[in-house]
Design a protein around this ligand. Structure first.
Ligand SMILES: C[S@@+](CC[C@H](N)C(=O)[O-])C[C@H]1O[C@@H](n2cnc3c(N)ncnc32)[C@H](O)[C@@H]1O
Length: 341
């Protein structure tokens, strides 16, 4: 039980990261053309705290939004950080006018009015009342709890929603998430492809954590590595072609023992004249242009099935990971150039 408590605490901590406005602005500026006349849902967001809600509230007219909905989880208190202690949660449905006297006000005035509704349940994104709000939505935009990332994304796909969400790059190796990449139903966003990003964390966050600091505002922040935006909305840079400099040669690009594919150990070295299947690092997804390449599969774990790997095995080798001269290579995404151009 003690372990369970610890596990739960870690889980909660991992899920309580608060996205900064600058990161939201840098990504969402790429999708302006998609927002006009649309209903936006931030369904892991306390409207009194979330910078996602703040962003859409402040830009409601500039973006030409129709409606903005936010729901949070197990939280009634307008504290900075949700402690998930309440059985219910608040929601806000904003349609451009503030309810009190039908005027448009700045965010702070709006917040002070305290006109939040209370959900019947706890605000779980999977609850029926939250699903009802999801159904009324065109685009979902948030930082969902990472521990529920697969379920979160599969619900968005099930209800055929457009989305821009932020999460850990590790999610690309989850079978369910990778399958969406392979089927071109999801891709990485525009603004983050390396490094780390800073997130707000609860006051209870341990002081000895790496990359931790207390800001001038007295709030705690932590730098998190390997963060990416995930979306199914189109944006201009997604169609930018990766410039290929190298030409194929057998020495530099050896064939795998167990797959009819060549090893390309750095994305920038993809040969411009190879028409067959190539194994590239997972970071290829940061450069992926669906018009230029086709994703056939991925081999990142010995446990992947044939559907995920996407290539038949050449030999009866149990390991799904690509081998060269009997040695394991790294996790690889299998790709092919489109149209042989
Ligand atoms: C990573 S935090 C991000 C918060 C906010 N979206 C932001 O970016 O600042 C994830 C949030 O999801 C909430 N959450 C956890 N489980 C949830 C669930 N089942 N349904 C909805 N929200 C949940 C947590 O309370 C937490 O506030």
């Amino acid at each position: 039980m003690a372990n369970k408590g610890l596990h739960d605490a870690r889980k909660v901590k991992k899920d309580e990261f608060y996205t900064q406005l600058t990161d939201i602005e840098k990504e969402l500026k790429n999708y302006k053309q998609h927002f006009k006349g649309k209903t936006i849902l931030c369904n892991c967001d306390d409207p009194r705290v979330s910078k996602f809600f703040y962003f859409f509230y402040s830009k409601f007219y500039t973006l030409g939004l129709k409606r903005l909905i936010a729901t949070c989880y197990k939280n009634l208190n307008p504290d900075l950080f949700s402690r998930n202690l309440d059985e219910q949660a608040v929601y806000c449905i904003y349609d451009g006018k503030d309810r009190a006297n039908d005027v448009i006000t700045d965010y702070d005035t709006f917040i002070r009015r305290n006109e939040w509704g209370v959900l019947k349940g706890d605000g779980d994104f999977r609850s029926s009342e939250c699903i009802e709000l999801l159904k009324q939505t065109d685009i979902v935009c948030t930082n969902p709890p990472f521990s529920l990332f697969r379920e979160y994304v599969s619900q968005l796909i099930e209800y055929e929603k457009k989305f821009i969400i932020i999460g850990s790059v590790n999610a690309v190796t989850y079978k369910e998430i990778f399958t969406l990449f392979k089927e071109n139903k999801i891709w990485l966003g525009q603004s983050i492809h390396s490094g780390d990003r800073e997130f707000g964390v609860p006051d209870s966050y341990p002081l000895d954590a790496a990359g931790f600091r207390v800001g001038e505002d007295g709030k705690k922040y932590i730098r998190v590595k390997g963060v990416r935006w995930f979306t199914n909305l189109d944006y201009k840079e997604l169609h930018e072609k990766l410039t290929l400099y190298k030409r194929y040669n057998e020495k530099e690009f050896p064939k795998y023992d167990n797959y009819d594919a060549i090893e390309v150990s750095e994305t920038k070295d993809i040969p411009q004249d190879y028409d067959g299947v190539m194994g590239v690092p997972i970071t290829f997804l940061d450069k992926y242009n669906p018009d230029q390449f086709e994703i056939l599969g991925m081999s990142a774990s010995a446990g992947y099935n044939a559907d995920i790997v996407g290539l038949p095995k050449l030999k009866a080798i149990k390991d799904a990971r690509p081998l060269i001269d009997g040695k394991n290579t790294y996790a690889r995404v299998f790709i092919k150039r489109r149209g042989n151009k």
